[in-house]
Design a protein around this ligand. Structure first.
Ligand SMILES: Nc1ncnc2c1ncn2[C@@H]1O[C@H](COP(=O)(O)OP(=O)(O)OP(=O)(O)O)[C@@H](O)[C@H]1O
Ligand SMILES: [Mg+2]
Length: 377
């Protein structure tokens, strides 16, 4: 399927899905503009002026008119609002309440702070928001930031022809995105500040004016402040809790610049639906058993750390492999020793450690399942 519609494919009267944002052309009589129809780039800008349109929220629209159909470089597709749609994210489970909160926050352009245990889907969520809303996605790993300037540029020293050292400032993707957003008001950027609490608070301070109403940031190369335009949306992600080494507390003033949204692991029933779509080679019963054991570990109070969805995925990857597929039930405990217990401190055979306690839980669930219903394959 081509990634872009041709003008002749768009029919007057057709009902299609679109996501609108404020029209950057201020003098236009249409308040809202979209660039995609049914997920594919439209051949012309899509315009709507209905007050029921909510920026950032997908809606169904009816094509009313195509202006200048012969011209590739001009014209517009005028549409009528039909109805708003719920936020739809492909392949990602999102709690319905969290989904509503995110919808409101994205619509209002507030900075969002995703707060949830490791591997609960913060990064995939941010990625899929960008995809579904047709935004450019920029992932910036704050864990690699040591000094404030690292957000914006890296410094590289090279030798000139005469051997003299020359200092080059290489812009980070974060800075490039901010500059691009200012140059192209029609393009929306989602800047994802991953592992936000893994860099020093002092380094994070450089972002403070970018995150409040000032919306500007000091450009270390050009030695001036650059504006953060409205088409830049920030989403940060943190793992909070004492169990995470290498994390730094977030100071109240920094925290206050975000709308915090709490996330958790997806419910087991939804994980059981998600994993077979990715690992269709495994039986539903086997996936369910892996998820049930993972869920029990997540709900064991003495476990400090959560058990990432990466762990249940990893167990699926092992068991569907030709080296293991014919002997899944026997190999499952061995796989869980590494994929589950290996994610906790200590070793599976050391009962005094977290890994050992996890192993006890795994054995208990396996015994219960065996008593309850024979082979799980
Ligand atoms: N709710 C979810 N929906 C779909 N996939 C999920 C979900 N939660 C976790 N996953 C899967 O688990 C893996 C880890 O997810 P992700 O990297 O988004 O977690 P995270 O919360 O960002 O973790 P970390 O805190 O370690 O950065 C990915 O393969 C992802 O597809
Ligand atoms: Mg992540």
């Amino acid at each position: 399927m081509p990634a872009k519609w041709k003008t002749e494919d768009i029919k007057i009267g057709a009902t299609m899905e679109a996501t609108f944002w404020a029209n950057p052309v201020k003098e236009s009589s249409f308040r809202y503009r979209a660039t995609h129809l049914d997920g594919k780039r439209a051949p012309k800008v899509v315009l709507c002026d209905d007050p029921r349109v909510r920026p950032g929220v997908p809606c169904m629209v009816k094509v009313k008119d195509i202006r200048k159909p012969q011209r590739d470089d001009r014209g517009a597709i005028e549409v009528e609002f039909v109805q708003a749609l719920e936020f739809k994210l492909e392949g990602v489970y999102l709690d319905p309440i969290v989904s509503k909160k995110l919808q409101v926050l994205l619509e209002s352009g507030l900075n969002i702070l995703l707060d949830g245990p490791q591997g609960c889907g913060k990064t995939v969520l941010a990625q899929s928001i960008a995809e579904s809303l047709g935004m450019e996605f920029v992932l910036f790993n704050c864990g690699a930031v040591v000094e404030a300037t690292d957000f914006l540029a890296t410094i590289q020293v090279r030798a000139s022809e005469t051997g003299q050292p020359i200092t080059d400032f290489i812009k980070t993707e974060f800075l490039i995105a901010l500059e691009e957003a200012a140059e192209h008001p029609g393009r929306r950027h989602l800047v994802f500040l991953d592992e936000f609490n893994r860099c020093q608070e002092s380094a994070r301070n450089v972002l403070m004016p970018a995150l409040d109403a000032t919306r500007r940031l000091y450009h270390p190369i050009e030695n001036r402040f650059i504006p953060i335009t409205d088409n830049v949306q920030f989403i940060a992600a943190v793992n909070r809790g004492s169990e995470f080494s290498g994390t730094f507390g977030i100071d109240a003033a920094q925290l206050d610049r975000f709308a915090p949204v709490q996330m958790d692991y997806l419910p087991p029933d939804d994980e059981v639906k998600l994993l077979p779509a990715r690992h269709p080679e495994l039986s539903k019963n086997m996936v369910k058993l892996i998820v049930d054991i993972g869920d029990r570990l997540r709900h064991t109070p003495e476990r400090g750390t959560g058990l990432s969805v990466r762990a249940t995925e990893e167990a699926c990857i092992y068991l569907k492999h030709p080296l293991m597929e014919s002997n899944q039930t026997q190999l499952l405990p061995e796989v869980l020793k590494s994929s589950f217990c290996g994610r906790f401190t200590g070793r599976w055979d050391d009962v005094s450690s977290d890994a050992g306690a996890a192993w006890s839980v795994i054995q208990k669930v396996l015994r219960e399942k065996k008593r309850g219903g024979g082979s799980e394959q």
